[in-house]
Write a protein that binds this ligand. Structure first.
Ligand SMILES: [Zn+2]
Length: 170
């Protein structure tokens, strides 16, 4: 079918919406549309919406994803479209990842991201979904029960609900 007027996206156009100017090993953030409470990145092709990082994976690795095949983020960043941070996995592996993260702890940079989102009053469910952890974990971060030693780089983390800081200087 001939398309007239506004050209439609083809699969290969997905990289037009990926910020790759940050270096090969950094997270390449999606600059296109995000949808839903969990702000997943979406890319539409002929009116049909696809998870952007799945399209990235397919185009980059020349692999057609099958139903049930999940694309996992090794960087824990849902907005990331760097193919190096994407790998194929099953739903079970995703669940296993989540359990392992809860058991062994989150990398501190992830904790900082979570704390920033908490300060921005992003709902627990959204943060939990984005990082593949439970809402209970987010609540525990919020109340300072866990990771209270991980401080935001740009200033000390203080929770307005639990204002007790270990060392107040001012
Ligand atoms: Zn990444």
């Amino acid at each position: 079918m001939e398309t007239r007027g506004r050209p439609k996206n083809s699969r290969n156009d997905v990289f037009k919406f990926v910020n790759m100017n940050v270096g090969d090993d950094e997270c390449w953030l999606w600059t296109g549309k995000v949808m839903g409470r969990d702000t997943r990145p979406y890319f539409s092709i002929n009116g049909k919406k696809w998870l952007a990082y799945r399209v990235v994976y397919e185009v980059w690795y020349q692999h057609e994803l099958q139903p049930g095949e999940m694309v996992r983020h090794t960087c824990d960043n849902r907005q990331c479209c760097n193919p190096k941070h994407l790998e194929l996995g099953s739903h079970q592996q995703n669940m296993d990842d989540m359990k392992a993260r809860q058991r062994h702890g989150l990398p501190h940079h992830v904790v900082r991201h979570i704390k920033r989102l908490i300060l921005k009053a992003v709902p627990n469910t959204v943060i939990a979904e984005r990082y593949g952890v439970s809402e209970g974990l987010i609540r525990a971060v919020k109340t300072g029960k866990i990771y209270s030693h991980v401080e935001l780089q740009d200033g000390r983390y203080s929770d307005p609900l639990h204002g007790e800081l270990d060392d107040v200087e001012d």
